[in-house]
Design a protein around this ligand. Sequence first.
Ligand SMILES: [Zn+2]
Length: 69
Amino acid sequence: MGRVDKGVKCSVSGCSRDAVRSLATEKVKSAGLNVGSGQKRVYVCKEHYKEFKKKTKKDKTIDKWRYGA
Ligand SMILES: [Zn+2]
């Protein structure tokens, strides 16, 4: 969970806000966010990070079943 350099954009599809966090691609995907694959880490903006946190907190158990993790 590193910090992000200025000027880096959010990796979520259709989003062009500045990124504030870098996260593991797998985790972001399992939170339901639409990010490209092929990279180990993706960048998320403040809004998507909030969404990510919300989903990972709420649906932890369900996501495990749903995604077979
Ligand atoms: Zn975003």
